[in-house]
Design a protein around this ligand. Structure first.
Ligand code: BGC
Length: 775
């Protein structure tokens, strides 16, 4: 019995499976998903099975099926599927016998390989399927299928092309579109999205190779069915003879920046030209250039190496980085990262606070250009944020809980899963009242400016977001006459198991921080950057709102620790019933509490879904003394179910800060296993993007001890018992720093041109070349 994914102790770049089970299709499709930030393709097998989710997404191509649904990334016609028949028997691994099955994703090169021998009745053949999505040419993907006949005579039939009979769980986002054939072999399909009117050009071509020769004389026929265009090939193989089918495909859309404004026909022609030259290069050459791009753009940039008793730790960081780049549309600042990346229909491709708090730090500290694109998306989202604020009767910029196209505004669905008691759909309150997203966006932007020192972004975009979000918060505060203070009532905090609560600590503190930050910025700009100040003053009426900020800031209620030192998560949390959570905490599935209770009941218990107060203590660590952190850890962690994948990494970092390294490492392991581990259903809907950002954060912030606090860099590493050495890099204000940590020493090498100030264990150091600190 297989217990999860397959790993290779000798090679931390490989992850795969060595057994085929149709019950586990979803997990394998997600975990071994391919992509390049432009497109993402779930790794459904070439032949189809019941239970598969055959999804291809192109970043940013949102479409709304109709007014009853929210906008989502449409599932694009499939280019991967193939129907293979051997002596008229459909290749189907649930029939006959399968030997030597292996499916492995090479994270380093981005190539997925599946191989096995299939024997069914008189048929026996060896198969090797290979594929990649190009990291060097974002429109391209390649496949190669080798079939070697091991039986006596074999008649092969292969049907392969473009299949538009795909949906998003039943919602069909495309018109059928035209189909075209050029030179008898280049197939194209050109569907449009139903409401957003985006055109797609999907192109593909096949090439058969037998005994190293291009094999043209095979019998073939083009077929065009409904939403389908494909080639049918018939050929015979002698015993031990093999044939390889190379399929090179491409995807273009009317959203592509480089062809903006071009007509469908122009893009179609261009796609055809591109495909012809790709076909000439062939699978191997295209793969090599893609692998080279992975190396140059990802693996050689500030590499992370972990010497640990557990080889899976290195695999985890490689896995996290691979997926972070697969899911991130680095090419276009109008797009952002979905909570499931481009690897599944879950969360519809929407962007959440997951970006700023969990994934963005990786890019901010190591790939500032990509980070700039991600924060620019929020600047472009100001229009949608104004729309949202206005419709709720507020001023300024209120960012949507779920975001799609920058100016869409709120895209969170209103109704979710059925309530187990009433049987009625549950209302999703997040889109209405999970408002901390607005300060989370500001947090990400502030951290980006501090870490990169990108003044141009700050002046042209970032400052405006900081000021405009503060304007929202000021208008959001509610004066309580009896208590003589401003409060924030009726919200959902990070803990989504508590709805419609008052004064969520995380929300109030971060709103306070956001307004205070804007006030400081107002003063600095007014005295030091008068031109920018005037421009923003005119746009945002800063002089007026500054008075409001001054009036309100000191009267904004910040929940204070009770006499035991516990910061109340909200006004009523601490007075609710306490439940024994042992069974639920020990369960290998999340959300099991809801098998016994509904949300209304959970609302009345001291049960927390994910880090809430504790996240506040991590993000704003200098506001709270260590003793208070420990008290709150002891209070909240036992009440936290970690039912969101956003929870474990925060807890692991905090545990490391608090000196609980064994516990921290245990949480690190649990966190990496969310996608890589044994639960074969955990990733069905798509990868847990925030948890992958969390793997990087646990490594660099948790054990590497890196923090950006008030614009200053601090590095105070502490390795868990199992780790002997950790080497990583960050770029601090343009200066690459290589950091190597062992149990005895930390060495920081400044590869940049300017001295870098680093605080470590209470001392400020100026690092021009190298700093060695004994631990
Ligand atoms: C979590 C949110 C998160 C969302 C998307 C939810 O389950 O509670 O914090 O933003 O998933 O990942």
């Amino acid at each position: 019995m297989r217990t999860g994914m397959n790993y290779f102790e000798s090679n931390p770049w490989l992850i795969g499976e060595n057994e085929f089970q149709t019950d586990w299709l979803g997990k394998a499709e997600t975990v071994m998903c391919l992509g390049n930030g432009y497109m993402g393709i779930r790794s459904a097998t070439e032949e189809s099975y019941i239970g598969e989710k055959r999804d291809t997404f192109v970043a940013g191509t949102f479409n709304k099926f109709d007014d009853n649904e929210v906008t989502e990334l449409p599932n694009v016609p499939d280019l991967i599927g193939m129907d293979i028949r051997l002596n008229n028997k459909r290749l189907d691994l649930t029939n006959g016998e399968v030997q030597g099955y292996q499916r492995t994703l090479n994270l380093k090169t981005g190539e997925l390989i599946r191989s096995f021998v299939w024997e069914y009745k008189e048929v026996k053949a060896a198969f090797t399927f290979k594929r990649f999505v190009s990291f060097s040419e974002k429109h391209l993907l390649g496949q190669s299928v080798e079939i070697k006949n091991l039986s006596n005579g074999l008649d092969l039939e292969i049907n392969s092309g473009i299949d538009g009979q795909v949906t998003n769980n039943g919602s069909q986002h495309f018109t059928e579109g035209d189909k075209a054939l050029a030179e008898g072999k280049y197939m194209q399909m050109m569907p449009y999205t139903g409401t957003s009117n985006i055109f797609f050009v999907l192109s593909t071509v096949h090439q058969l190779v037998k005994k190293q020769d291009i094999y043209e004389e095979t019998k073939k026929r083009i077929e065009m069915g409904r939403r389908k265009i494909y080639n049918r090939y018939w050929l015979s193989l002698e015993k031990n003879e093999a044939v390889t089918i190379e399929k090179i495909s491409s995807i273009h859309t009317s959203m592509d920046k480089e062809t903006a404004g071009q007509t469908l026909n122009e893009v179609k022609d261009l796609a055809l030209e591109g495909l012809k030259s790709a076909r000439e290069k062939g699978y191997q050459v295209l793969l090599a250039s893609s692998a080279k791009a992975w190396e140059k753009q990802v693996w050689s940039v500030l590499p992370i190496t972990i010497a640990s008793n557990n080889f899976k730790d290195q695999l985890a960081i490689n896995f996290a980085k691979y997926h972070l780049h697969v899911m991130t549309p680095a090419h276009d600042e109008r797009m952002n990262i979905g909570a499931k990346g481009l690897s599944g229909e879950g969360y519809k491709g929407h962007t959440f606070w997951d970006t700023e708090i969990f994934m963005l730090p990786y890019f901010t500290f190591t790939h500032p250009k990509i980070a700039e694109s991600l924060v620019t998306y929020r600047y472009l989202g100001l229009e949608g944020a104004h729309k949202k604020a206005l419709s709720n009767g507020f001023e300024g910029a209120q960012f949507p809980w779920e975001a799609a196209w920058p100016d869409d505004g709120e895209t969170t669905p209103v109704w979710g899963a059925a309530d187990i008691i009433t049987g009625k759909p549950t209302k999703i309150w997040s889109g209405f009242i999970e408002q901390h997203i607005t300060s989370d966006v500001t947090f990400g932007i502030k951290q980006f400016i501090d870490v990169t020192n990108n003044q141009q972004f700050a002046r042209e975009k970032g400052y405006e977001v900081i000021l405009d979000t503060a304007k929202f918060w000021a208008s959001r505060l509610e004066w309580q006459e009896d208590r003589q203070r401003y409060e924030i009532l009726h919200v959902v905090g990070p803990d989504e198991y508590k709805e419609q609560i008052d004064n969520n600590a995380f929300t109030n503190y971060t709103a306070h921080w956001n307004i205070s930050l804007a006030m400081k910025l107002y003063q600095t700009l007014k005295t030091e950057e008068t031109v920018i100040f005037e421009k923003l003053n005119e746009k945002l009426e800063l002089d007026r709102v500054y008075e409001e900020w001054q009036e309100k800031i000191n009267k904004l209620y910040l929940p204070q620790p009770n006499k035991e030192g516990v910061i109340p998560q909200d006004d009523t949390y601490l007075s609710k019933d306490i439940l024994d959570l042992t069974t639920y905490k020990n369960s290998s599935h999340v959300g099991t509490l809801f098998h016994d209770y509904n949300l209304e009941q959970v609302n009345d218990m001291q049960v927390t879904k994910q880090a809430d107060v504790l996240l506040l203590l991590f993000l704003f660590e200098d506001l709270f003394p260590k003793k208070e952190k420990l008290i709150n850890w002891n209070y909240y962690e036992p009440k936290t179910l970690h039912d969101s994948s956003l929870s474990l990494s925060t807890h692991a970092i905090l545990a490391a800060d608090l000196g609980k390294l064994d516990l921290s490492y245990d949480l690190f392991n649990q966190a990496m296993n969310i996608d890589m581990g044994e639960n074969m259903a955990s990733s069905n809907e798509g990868i847990h993007a925030a948890s992958l950002g969390g793997i990087w954060q646990m490594t660099v912030f948790g054990y590497g001890g890196v923090r950006c606090l008030n614009g200053k860099l601090r590095i105070e590493p502490h390795l868990p018992e199992a780790w002997h050495r950790l080497a990583f890099g960050i770029i601090w204000q343009g200066n690459p720093l290589d950091v190597t940590v062992t149990k005895e020493q930390m060495i920081i090498v400044n590869q940049g041109t300017k001295d870098v100030e680093v605080e470590a264990f209470g001392t400020l150091h100026s690092v021009s070349n190298e700093l060695i600190i004994n631990l």
